[in-house]
Ligand binder design. Structure first.
Ligand SMILES: Cc1cc2nc3c(=O)[nH]c(=O)nc-3n(C[C@H](O)[C@H](O)[C@H](O)COP(=O)(O)OP(=O)(O)OC[C@H]3O[C@@H](n4cnc5c(N)ncnc54)[C@H](O)[C@@H]3O)c2cc1C
Length: 380
């Protein structure tokens, strides 16, 4: 660890190491610290759409391929969506991304906890369990409960804006080759249960939802139901573990030279709580924005990060905001399977909404918010 870096990234998950790689590949001096030990497995279904692998140069062989997504309900109604996914073991996936960041020139240090962080105009002083160092820019990639955000960011994600997910792993004789989502409104409210194959003989069974009281007990209750018992048998190979997941992103993703990425910024896809794609995208975009700022000796390029990262997640955000708007209005979840069926039969409904959303984004682009904001700042 040196005394001074261009950028320190706190958190070596997918968002942090992708950001570090983008920076190091553009010549920046980058340090990534992570409190985890190498080989630690973040609780995570690990389901990633096929389309996300090529753009980030991640080999699909890292995951187990599934050609189909199924949404099932308690009455055994089933919707089949032919969409290719790969499920990854998070220890291997995160390790691969960290190695790639190191190959690009980033310094990645595990077993290193962020203890404290302060602004020291124009940069930051970062105190870690291995010593203190300084940087010109700081990236908070330290997950949903981000210490960086809590210490330095003006806007916070209250716990009520975070879902919880817990899971069990089972070794099975007969695996499955689809990602199965179970809608369980009686037990889980707006949440869902999932059964994903990690490889031909290993299934992960979990629940994800908002305001789920005693999630471990709820998962146990579900696992007693015949429809799950049939799939997984009796003995889990790994104990229940879980973590929080954000479901609303912050309104701004950077504050001066501090940028938040992935779960730390609340960037996730509510309803399905799939955060890996937007973690990769936001990490890449933040890395590019900081590299552009370093090259230009000006922080102006950082303002693009906000719009670009929100645009990257726009389809997911669009769907989830519609979902939560319905929830607030009607105080009950929309009939999930029937809405999905409707969209499946009449995809133009979704594409029309998406076109309108994109048009609004273009309009916002056209307004050149970046210049307007800096104009407002210079007037005040
Ligand atoms: C049970 C569960 C199942 C999920 N299933 C899926 C799925 O199937 N598909 C999907 O796309 N998403 C899934 N998600 C969401 C996904 O795991 C996250 O969205 C994703 O990991 C976000 O990546 P990130 O890099 O932003 O944060 P993280 O992966 O959370 O990485 C943050 C890193 O910061 C480190 N850190 C935290 N605090 C400190 C500190 N003080 N000092 C040093 N280091 C620190 C942590 O050790 C961690 O490595 C699931 C989540 C859960 C909980």
């Amino acid at each position: 660890m040196r005394e001074q870096y261009d950028v320190i990234v706190v958190g070596g998950g997918p968002s942090g190491t992708t950001c570090a790689r983008a920076l190091a590949a553009r010549g920046a001096a980058v340090l990534v610290i992570d409190k985890k030990s190498p080989g630690w497995h973040k609780p995570c279904g690990g389901g990633i759409p096929d389309m996300m692998f090529a753009p980030f140069g991640v080999p699909k062989a890292l995951g187990f391929s599934t050609p189909l997504v199924r949404v099932l309900d308690a009455h055994r109604r089933e919707m089949r969506i032919p969409m290719a996914y790969h499920t990854v073991y998070r220890d291997r996936f995160d390790e691969h991304l960290a190695e790639r960041a190191q190959q690009a020139g980033a310094e990645v240090i595990f077993d290193t906890m962020l203890l404290d962080v302060e602004r020291a105009d124009p940069g930051f002083v970062v105190k870690t369990s291995r010593g203190t160092c300084r940087s010109r820019y700081l990236v908070g990639a330290d997950g949903c409960m981000s210490t960086v955000r809590r210490k330095l960011f003006p806007e916070q994600l209250p716990e009520s804006m975070c879902a919880i997910a817990v899971e069990h792993w089972y070794r099975v004789a007969h695996g499955i080759t689809s990602l199965d989502f179970f809608v369980e409104p009686e037990i889980l409210g707006t949440g869902y249960a999932y059964v994903f194959p990690k490889d031909p003989g290993l299934l992960v069974v979990g629940i994800a939802g908002i305001a789920v009281d005693k999630p471990r007990a709820v998962l146990e209750r579900l696992l007693d139901l015949p429809r799950y018992r049939r799939l997984v048998g009796d003995t889990p190979v790994a104990a229940v573990h879980g973590a929080r997941i954000p479901y609303r992103h912050l309104s701004r993703l950077h504050d001066g030279r501090l940028l938040l990425v992935g779960d730390a910024a609340g960037l996730n896809t509510p309803i399905i709580f799939a955060g890996i794609p937007i973690a990769l995208q936001s990490g890449q975009l933040a890395g590019e924005a900081i590299a552009a700022a370093l090259a230009a000796h000006s922080d102006a390029p950082l303002d693009r990060y906000n719009l670009d990262a929100l645009r990257a997640g726009s389809l997911g955000f669009l769907i989830c905001h519609a979902f939560y708007d319905h929830l607030l209005q009607h105080r009950r979840p929309p009939p999930f399977v029937s809405i999905a069926r409707l969209l499946w039969r009449r995809p133009q409904v979704l594409s029309r909404a998406y076109v309108i959303h994109r048009a609004l984004l273009r309009l916002i682009d056209g307004l050149d918010l970046v210049r307007m904001a800096s104009g407002a700042n210079s007037q005040s």
